[in-house]
Design a protein around this ligand. Structure first.
Ligand SMILES: Nc1ncnc2c1ncn2[C@@H]1O[C@H](COP(=O)(O)OP(=O)(O)OP(=O)(O)O)[C@@H](O)[C@H]1O
Ligand SMILES: [Mg+2]
Length: 305
């Protein structure tokens, strides 16, 4: 884990050396997002817009969600766990950032397969949906390896974004309300032959603009940044990026490349998945509920490179 921190710190130091004259958050601060400090400067809070006639969520198909036993949706099934607590801290951090600037569309990505991007995106969306007055949409933006419909146990073959982009379904027909989760899901749908072509058709930007009028949070589960261009496209359409790294999976070199490739004003933070730091457990046992038994993450496969 220290290697991952080293890589992030080095990147931060290089960044600060550039002296861009912009008082942006440091990566180390972002890593400590869970301990979130309040951002001083606040913008005026505007009233929520009235729901437009064009996109009515009351007509959304309701699906009964029955996540499989290994879904690891801790924010749904273990709200008292350490994992769920960390998502609450991340959510708070995002709310704080939103006090200072527009932040609605959030892309969750990483550098490699199997880092836990989808897992983090799903739990983050569940957490944001806890406040019933705020509507949260979880978008499966990984056309090549979509997993969210399966993770929520609503059937992997649902028509979704892909069908809407092809004009085979209305957008409103492929946004589903997940019963018992408090959130809406826009699944990826059938894998297109060339996802990037479909994404660049121009409709995706329109769809997001439309969805933004009815949702307060739009969490997009994206593929890894490398070697595909899909995520770069998602990032262009988003307000911020959450980068997921996983001990034993994320390579230092790739992480550096990722941090360099993301526009710093868009990088909201880095989530370290499977963090088994003793420090964290100690902290929690002092201040948390004694009876709580935080779930131990699965040991990483192999060492950090
Ligand atoms: N902290 C964790 N503890 C245990 N298992 C985890 C953890 N994070 C992820 N996993 C498991 O690792 C596998 C990959 O997770 P996930 O699908 O979220 O990764 P991903 O980064 O989205 O992968 P892909 O690049 O294929 O989309 C899943 O089986 C998931 O349940
Ligand atoms: Mg995924």
């Amino acid at each position: 884990m220290s290697r991952i921190f080293d890589a992030l710190k080095r990147s931060e130091a290089e960044y600060l050396d550039r002296d861009l004259g912009t008082p942006l958050e440091s990566i180390t601060d972002l890593l400590h997002a869970a301990e979130g400090r309040r951002v001083q400067q606040k913008l005026e809070v505007l009233p929520a817009p009235a729901w437009p006639e064009a996109f009515s969520l009351s007509a959304a198909q309701v699906l009964r969600s029955s996540p499989p036993a290994d879904a690891r949706l801790v924010c749904l099934t273990e709200p008292g766990s350490l994992g769920a607590e960390k998502f609450r801290a991340l959510g708070l951090r995002l709310h704080n950032i939103r006090d200072t600037r527009k932040l609605k569309r959030i892309v969750v990505t990483g550098t490699a397969p199997e880092e836990g991007k989808s897992l983090i995106a799903a739990n983050l969306a569940l957490n944001q949906a806890r406040s019933r007055s705020l509507r949260t949409l979880l978008v499966d933006g990984d056309f090549r390896r979509p997993t969210l419909a399966g993770r929520f146990g609503v059937g992997a073959l649902l028509p979704g974004l892909s069908e809407a982009l092809r004009g085979q379904h209305q957008l409103a027909e492929v946004v589903y309300k997940l019963d018992g989760c408090g959130l809406w899901l826009l699944p990826a749908g059938m894998a297109p032959e060339n996802p990037l072509d479909l994404m660049q058709s121009g409709r995706l930007a329109e769809f997001l603009a439309e969805l933004e009028t009815v949702f307060d949070w739009i969490i997009i589960d994206a593929p890894p940044l490398f070697p595909l261009a899909d995520t770069t496209f998602w990032m262009k359409l988003s307000d911020g990026v959450v980068l997921v790294v996983r001990e034993g999976v994320t390579e230092k070199k790739m992480l550096q490349r990722a941090v360099e490739s993301i526009d710093r004003s868009n990088l909201l933070g880095v989530v370290i998945n499977s963090c088994s730091s003793i420090e964290h457990k100690y902290y929690y046992s002092r201040y948390g509920r004694a009876a709580m038994q935080p779930g131990q993450p699965t040991p990483p496969r192999g060492k950090s490179k």
